[in-house]
Write a protein of this length. Sequence first.
Length: 634
Amino acid sequence: MTTEILIVFCVIIVTAIFFVWGKIRSDIVALCSLIVLMLFGYFAPEGTHILSVEEGLSGFSNNIVIMMVCLFIVGGAIFQTGLAKKISTRLLTLAGDSQLKLFLLVMLVTGVIGAFVSNTGTVALMLPIVISMANDANSDPKRFLMPLAFASSMGGMFTLIGTPPNLIISDTLSTNGYEPLKFFSFLPIGIIALTLGIICLWPMSKMLLSKDKGEKKKKKKEKTLAQLANEYKISNNLYRAIVNEGSAFAGKKLKELGITKKYNATVVEIKHPSSKKGFHLPSSSSIPDEIVGPESILNPKDTIYLLGDFEDIHLMSRENNLKMLDSHQLDEDGIPAGKDLSFQKIGISELVLMSSSKLINKPVSESGLRNLYNINILGIKRQDKYIIQNVKDVKMHSGDVLLIQGDWDDIAKLENEDSEWVLVGKSLDKAAKIPIDNKAPVAALIMVLMVLCMVFNWLPMVTTVMIASILMILTGCFRNVEAAYKTINWESIFLFAGMIPLSKAMENTGASVYISGLIVNFVGSQGPMLVLATIYIATSILTIFISNTATAILFAPIAMKAAITLGVSPYPFLFAVAIAASMCFASPFSTPPNALVMSAGEYKFTDYIKVGLPLQIIFAIVMIFALPLLFPFN
């Protein structure tokens, strides 16, 4: 093993460790590994070649990276025009009250949508619809949400653009002088994957149901927004205080007072003296209570409703001449404050943070949701733990469920940031009332033309998707260009661009040849089938711990060199990499869709082991034997 190969291996190992650790964003880790390789390449002795600066930056001009940017825009237009929601909602209503029909439709609809747009966006779209449909069918949503996540990955196997590993292996083939893959080259694999998923997951999904499933279903079915408030124990931490004459708060804007920073309390409503209702999120009186925002002004005799710890709020009242009321007894109107909540204008909902969110590792006090959206964060659900006290100082993690409160119109605006978070908890009726943009037919036409160009190879693929993305913007499928840019998952783009040069460094130093040589020498004498199985299993195991994109980039050159060494076709080996990287079900953190349904479905890590690991093993066995039949070695 040469020094150059050892350097590359060390960088790969350290990069993988940071990916698994998860405390630093994956795109930052990828860029750091890229910089390290370029530094080694710059200072390496003459005659050695690790990675030049030009090769290090080549990832940002790679065709696949440009295609991914454009595909995010195309997919974003399909979501923002309401086209995907309209189609999926209408199709899922065909299930009626049948659990089996609902399961089949969830798998099929998700698979088809996932073939053309990102699997994360697909799950974000389907999540609230499937929960509502399951409740209407008197079923536990837990049985459908994990299959929903898995089906989005299976759907990515239908087309070339379905998932990044597909594009990676196609680029590897063309780079090495082989014919690149066509738009529907993956179709046979996708059909096998989705069929196998349907057959296996219907009986296996029963393991996701609780033993007290009848009681659980009842709870899910009857759960209201007031029960959601009670789940986070809002009423137990809700207090009222009246602004006295001469109070330091009188005549001041909330942003001037810094209540959250000074006293660790959140103002969730301001009730004016003319209002005759108690704390009702919102008041339903003819004179509405104040919708709290940074510009809200406190006046004498106003009643402010505060969420926080008793000691903090008592201290605030004493220091600022406020009259503190006992919110856990009847108020002056005879209404149990904080107990009988109604939701008409000001409401509450839950927000699931994505791994790509800018809020990750930020404390709640720095979220900016209040200033940008007039939204308050009342609590956090992290797995089975509810965080209510000292919320402002809690750092937010990927997969956290935030209980938010604000105007329903402001809450609805959060749906546009689908790369940051997913809004859950809205009923199907509310979702159906969101207007469908009149640009949906335009988006559908552009999408169809893009697919036709790819299928019949009328234009180069990267040119096709660039034209489609520009047309989506010019025809008004987005409100503005900034909205189009917001649909791009920049973490994925920089992860991809940062990892591509790593495979180039493996090629330059001979690291990929070295690894493939070890595999061939160890199992090659038993034939290409065993080499294929080794590559598939190694890729599948690594994907449990790091992203499928990073895994595919690492293993694609290894698979190519192994095939060249054996003197056989590289197609089955590279397909094995793409499938193994995408069909990872044994961990909630291996793919964003898996993590996305974890909180919504109230799954534990062991649920993924019970259902996902056997499914992943079944897929490995079937695909290892199917690939040589679909794509022969010779």
